[in-house]
Ligand binder design. Structure first.
Ligand code: ATP
Ligand code: MG
Length: 533
């Protein structure tokens, strides 16, 4: 029995996806169960909006927790009882030192701490003070309930850690019922034990907390409040991903200072952002498998995640044709007003996905980079005198171009060979080296396409003491108006495609209208960062 225990104080990100896949994946592989638990012990930062977003994100990743959805705040009564039980068994006391005194007396890594003058308080005095803390008689910070363990312990986490603090705050679920709130380190083991979690999997920074985790559960089991067997905490290395920041503080700053367009900006590593970007749940699950789980901190290159998305999309995404940087191509010997259909396969490896018709006519859009007047060596696309195949259509021979007064090419002229149409018996007689894509100008669907790229241009944003914002990639978002084949007009939100020769794209789930989708680039066909990095 495992659990995924987010604090509902922010949006989930790619790092959380690793934890989700690990916890839910283990439960699935071993016939167990995984709980979704909202660790909402801190009243000030938590909101329903985040709870809803977390539910959506975990479901979207493909996991199901049945009825096992819990809120730490539902255990506040139990936790309050547990605290009193620890007082009664001599394992907790109310400390009235100021925050500064407590810090000064905690000691350091090399020096032991000093006992608080309040450490000797009687059980009755502690119980009375703790109840009055709860009743709202004292100001925030006036007293703290602490575990009584060992101020000389080499592990600072065992030097009488705080269990409860006074906080006159309204909780998003418990309302104004409480004037004291449990510390995370006290609450978390109890939540695990009450839910009969067997493996409490967390990130490495909690390793030093494990002795307290065990100490607390042992005491409460001795007091008869918890049943054995008790859960055990197991740590693993968190995900560190290059070219990305995952810290909540930085993500909030990126959103609030408008370096990105909100929490679901397709460039953010949030799961809502990744979803809008066109990343897939299958890709995330494959990524989690590929990077594995270990105890050693390490960095994963962002390219690994992109490769997982490419692999998944390559297998599943239907192919479509899009001209992103349009240049007019006129076929001088094709009759004006005439049009016909060419057949294009929806997926080269999956004939069962069928073919679709793409209209062909006298004027087409081609990519600007598919024509040049002065071809470099090895350039097989259009230049005067050269022939290429218009993919799924005819072979054409370039006969010249038009230019504006500044010398800028405005149109290319060709002649076509009527017996060269793909799929007809004559087609094989034409041997050409170039094969370019096109969209009929008259039929093109002109749409906004967002060419997203990595948000940061440095593998480790902010390394070497730099402000991480200086590493923002100024070219992470480019808006263009592209000429798309007409079938794309019907794309529904979140439909994913490979635009041939360009990469994978998704119909944006927020800005697309029926019959008027806009597209986001998910990932290019090849990793253009591998060399740069
Ligand atoms: P905070 O600093 O607010 O605690 P957090 O990112 O740890 O932020 P939580 O809501 O506590 O947020 O995280 C829920 C779970 O996700 C925790 O169990 C945590 O260990 C795990 N988690 C968070 N970040 C990562 C990461 N980068 N890699 C793997 N797991 C992570
Ligand atoms: Mg955390």
């Amino acid at each position: 029995r495992t659990r995924f225990p987010p604090e509902p104080n922010g949006y989930l990100h790619i790092g959380h996806a690793k934890s989700i896949c690990l916890n839910f994946g283990l439960a699935r592989d071993y016939g167990g169960a995984c709980h979704l638990r909202f660790d909402d012990t801190n009243p000030e930062k938590e909101e329903q909006e985040y709870v809803d977003a977390i539910v959506d994100a975990v479901r979207w990743l493909g996991f199901d927790w049945g009825r096992d959805e819990y809120f730490a705040s539902d255990y506040f009564d139990f936790m309050y009882e547990a605290a009193q039980s620890l007082i009664r068994s001599g394992h907790a006391y109310v400390d009235s030192q100021s925050a500064e005194e407590m810090r000064a007396n905690r000691g350091t890594l090399t020096e032991p701490g000093k006992d608080s003058p309040c450490r000797g308080r009687s059980v009755d005095e502690n119980l009375d003070l703790f109840r009055r803390m709860e009743a709202g008689e004292f100001a925030d910070g006036a007293h703290v309930l602490r575990a009584k363990i060992d101020m000389a312990s080499p592990n600072i986490n065992l030097r009488d850690p705080a269990l409860y603090r006074i906080k006159h705050a309204t909780h998003h679920r418990a309302g104004d019922k409480w004037n004291v709130y449990p510390m995370y380190t006290f609450a978390h083991p109890i939540e695990d034990a009450l839910e009969r979690i067997t493996h409490s999997i967390c990130t490495l920074e909690f390793e030093d907390q494990r002795p307290f985790y065990d100490w607390l559960l042992e005491r409460l089991a001795e007091d008869g409040l918890l049943a054995r067997p008790l859960p055990q905490q197991i740590e693993f290395a968190r995900l560190n991903l290059s070219y990305v920041v995952l810290s909540k503080r930085k993500l909030i700053q990126l959103v609030q200072e408008r370096h990105v367009d909100g929490w679901d900006d397709p460039r953010l590593p949030t799961l809502v952002g990744a979803r809008r970007r066109g990343y897939t749940p299958e890709g995330f699950r494959a990524f989690a498998e590929r990077i594995g789980v270990s105890k050693a901190d390490s960095w994963i290159d962002y390219g690994v995640l992109e490769e997982c998305m490419r692999d998944d999309l390559n297998a599943r995404a239907e192919r479509r044709i899009a001209v992103l940087d349009p240049l007019k191509l006129v076929i001088d010997n094709y009759p004006e007003g005439q049009e016909e259909e060419c057949l294009a396969p929806n997926h080269p490896q999956q004939p069962e996905l069928g073919r679709r018709g793409v209209p062909f006519s006298r004027e087409l859009w081609i990519e600007r980079e598919d024509f040049t007047e002065t071809p470099p060596k090895g350039y097989f696309r259009l230049f005067p005198g050269n022939s290429v195949r218009l993919r799924y259509g005819f072979v054409v021979k370039c006969i010249g171009c038009e230019k504006d007064p500044a010398g800028h090419v405005t149109a290319v002229h060709c002649e076509y060979f009527p017996d060269s149409k793909s799929g007809t018996p004559g087609a094989d007689a034409y041997k050409v080296k170039g094969n370019i894509h096109w969209v009929s100008a008259k039929h093109a669907y002109r749409a906004e396409v967002r060419l997203y790229d990595r948000l940061f241009k440095a593998p480790n944003p902010g390394a070497g003491g730099r402000d991480y914002l200086e590493d923002l990639n100024p070219d992470s978002k480019t808006l263009i108006t592209a000429c798309l084949e007409p079938a794309l007009k019907e794309a529904r939100p979140e439909a994913r495609f490979q635009f041939e020769r360009h990469g994978y794209f998704v119909a944006d789930r927020v800005d697309s209208k029926t019959g008027a989708p806009v597209f986001n680039r998910t990932v290019t066909l090849k990793d253009s960062w591998a060399k740069a990095g």
